[in-house]
Design a protein around this ligand. Sequence first.
Ligand code: ADP
Length: 151
Amino acid sequence: FNDNYEVKRQAEKFLHQKVTDYKAHPIVVEKSTPVYDAIVQLFLEDVGTLYAVDSEGHLAGVISRKDLLRASLGNRNLQELPVSVIMTRMPNIITINSEETLLEAAKKMIQNHIDSLPVVKEVDQQKNTYLLLGRITKTTITRAYLEIMEK
Ligand code: ADP
């Protein structure tokens, strides 16, 4: 009984953790960055997803590994092609707020078949502008799970 209770308590705790306490640093490129440079950045930073921002620093797009692979398959000049042409754009980006929970983040990733979520703060709802505060990935969820269960 005690063991069961303890596991339940830990699981409960895991589910209610806030995004703000687990978010990682986002790796950002300007949306005019060439696809070639974005690929180099992906390797240098050892991440799976890059975020693109506009000249005002607002979130403009998401660039995943598959987006970069798809762009590389065509015989285009990757040094000339800006990431803005291949990225998933606003308003189609699934985001999360700092005060939401890891459970909500996990649900959004699974339901939308994506590996990561930009953590954002809304600047202007009508204009759909967001400031980028961080990122949550499937690895974040796995790490949080381990941390809490090992305690
Ligand atoms: P990969 O391409 O490496 O499998 P994902 O599964 O995260 O990585 O990405 C799949 C597709 O979903 C890509 O086209 C990517 O641009 C898009 N995508 C990734 N994250 C998001 C997000 N948070 N909101 C909307 N689209 C996204």
